[in-house]
Design a protein around this ligand. Structure first.
Ligand code: NAD
Ligand code: WQD
Length: 340
């Protein structure tokens, strides 16, 4: 069975392609390589002993998208990762983000409609909850005004998908990721941040390896047990496996409603200092860090209520914080070997 994975050479997409191929699915990747590298296809092939089909194209190009889907119209499911995702950049270039993320989605849904493809999995984000009134946050929690144009593209995308499902025969599942971190245990694929990383874990590993002088911890006066902000970090391999489960659920006709939404996290929150401590323990490195003021737009604490995903999908995150940090560190070491 053939699955289309857009953004399949990206961070989460590449791990998902590996899990799909390990489960015997044929994969077609669409990516415009705006935030990833063609060599990822070779790494996926090395891990799985199977080369995925790779189509380099930009999903904002409707004609090219239609031609590609027509060529692969035996696809039975689509997992849509392709998007721009840098929160800060989206504040500076909102139109780029709305244009890329929403036009890609609409073109893909139009192509699915034209070629009668029915099963759609979407990469959403816990950013849609903002700072929740109650923790852990469940899927029914009210959505808050987005803190950034990027976050708003996720809210609007979910509305577009819901309306499309209501209007036709398509099924969809939106997966709201909490904070994906870590890398594949082969250290052949992982996150490849371009330039200075915005996210905590690549910043930690780049500091430890000497690419950055020190980590700035944003805020030490939050109302948490050590004053630093709390997030629900999830291993990217656990996240990838949830996508395979979601696709199977739709293929087997097990969806309870045509548009389902699931939180993907571990259900555990960790502070920034706890993440650093886990990193220092597994790597044996001492991290150079300093406290600075809060980062604009950051929330204080969030972690997922995962009970609905656990029960309905029969999926549960299995890997812990230390495994996440060790795999992230091994990936950073592998990257530094690659480029020296
Ligand atoms: P990524 O940047 O590594 O992967 C996205 C891929 O999409 C890249 O390879 C990029 O080249 C491709 N792409 C972007 N626009 C495209 C277009 N117009 N046409 C074709 N390809 C295009 O990002 P990721 O971390 O793997 O994220 C995957 C998805 O998950 C995104 O939708 C992101 O918003 C979402 N998400 C990510 C996180 C996170 O922290 N990484 C959290 C929640 C949600
Ligand atoms: C985690 C914690 C920072 C960097 C972002 C997006 C969100 C989602 C995931 C896609 C926070 C602190 C960070 C640093 C620090 N992406 N930190 N120093 O902000 O929870 O979420 O990525 O949907 O939409 O907003 O993740 O990794 O940036 O930060 O102290 O140099 O680490 O303040 O508390 P975040 P993050």
């Amino acid at each position: 069975m053939k699955i289309l994975v857009t953004g399949g050479t990206g961070y989460i997409g590449s791990h998902t392609v590996v899990e799909l191929q390990n489960e015997g699915y044929e994969v077609v990747i669409i990516d415009n390589l705006s935030n990833s590298d063609r060599t990822v296809v070779d790494s996926i092939a090395e891990i799985t002993n199977h080369v995925p089909v790779f189509e380099e194209l930009d999903l904002v190009d409707r004609a090219a998208t239609f031609a590609c889907i027509e060529k692969h119209k035996d696809i039975v499911g689509v997992i849509h990762f392709a998007a721009l995702k840098a929160v800060g950049e989206s504040v500076e270039k909102p139109l780029l983000y709305y244009y890329n993320n929403l036009t890609s989605l609409i073109n893909l849904l139009l192509a699915m409609q034209k070629f009668d493809l029915q099963n759609f999995v979407f990469s959403s984000s816990c950013t849609v909850y903002g700072q929740p009134d109650q923790l852990p946050v469940g899927e029914q929690a009210p959505l808050k005004k987005a803190e950034s144009p990027y976050g708003n593209t996720k809210k609007i995308s979910e509305d577009i998908i819901r309306d499309s499902v209501d209007a036709g025969s398509m099924n969809a599942i939106s997966l709201r990721y909490f904070n994906p971190i870590g890398a594949h245990d082969t250290a052949l694929i992982g996150e490849l941040p371009l330039g200075v990383p915005n996210n905590l874990v690549p910043y930690i590993t780049q500091t430890a390896i000497g690419k950055r002088d020190h980590l700035k911890i944003f805020g030490k006066d939050y109302s948490t047990h050590d004053g630093t902000a709390i997030r629900d970090y999830i291993h990217v391999v656990d996240l990838a496996r949830a996508h395979v489960v979601a696709v199977k659920r739709m293929l087997q006709g097990n969806s309870k409603i045509p548009f389902e939404i699931f939180n993907l996290g571990t259900g555990n929150g960790f502070t920034v200092l706890e993440v650093i401590k886990a990193f220092e323990k597994v790597s044996g490195e001492k991290l150079n860090y300093q406290f600075t003021g809060r980062r604009k737009g950051d929330i204080e604490k969030v972690w997922a209520d995962t009970s609905f995903a656990n029960q309905e999908l029969g999926w549960k995150a299995a890997l812990g914080l230390e495994e996440m940090m060790l795999s992230a560190w091994n990936w950073e070491l592998a990257l530094s070997n690659r480029f020296t």
